[in-house]
Design a protein around this ligand. Structure first.
Ligand SMILES: [Zn+2]
Length: 152
């Protein structure tokens, strides 16, 4: 699959699922975004993030995923090109910048250079817990319930 598959198919599908509040579809698409990112070693770029923020509600999981993947890059990079991306996002997508700054405080322990988490890993060591990017209403069973072992 082409790396732009995420932008051309997965994100629009998420926008639709969010519009109609279909949690199971939202969660499956988020799982696919993570898996696709891990497999192809890609993460949302600045233009893609602007598009995500334009098309999702406040606090949506693709926005959070964008914030945390950019945070992991910043923790690992020398900063120059990441600073340019953040400057672009500051002018186009102020909401992203607010979420990004909040995440620096909230998740600072996860973005230390000696042990940076990879938000593309789901329920594995070095990533976030299985349902971190899921939305579950009260009583709703996770689509991954019974799949694999990964709740660590
Ligand atoms: Zn879940």
């Amino acid at each position: 699959m082409h790396p732009r598959f995420e932008m051309t198919h997965l994100h629009p599908l998420f926008f639709l699922a969010e519009k109609y509040s279909i949690n199971e579809l939202k969660n499956k698409v988020m799982d696919a975004i993570q898996d696709f990112g891990a497999q192809h070693r890609i993460l949302p770029g600045p233009k893609n993030i602007t598009r995500i923020y334009t098309n999702t509600h406040e606090g949506s999981t693709p926005g959070l995923y964008s914030v945390l993947t950019r945070s992991s890059v910043r923790a690992l990079s020398d900063g120059e090109s990441e600073a340019q991306k953040l400057a672009y996002l500051a002018s186009t997508t102020p909401d992203f910048l607010g979420d990004y700054l909040e995440a620096q405080f909230k998740y600072s322990a996860r973005f230390r250079p000696e042990g940076v988490v990879d938000p593309r890993l789901r329920g594995e060591k070095g990533g976030f817990v299985r349902c971190f990017f899921h939305t579950h209403a009260k009583g709703e069973v996770c689509n991954l319930e019974g799949v694999g072992s990964g709740t660590k």
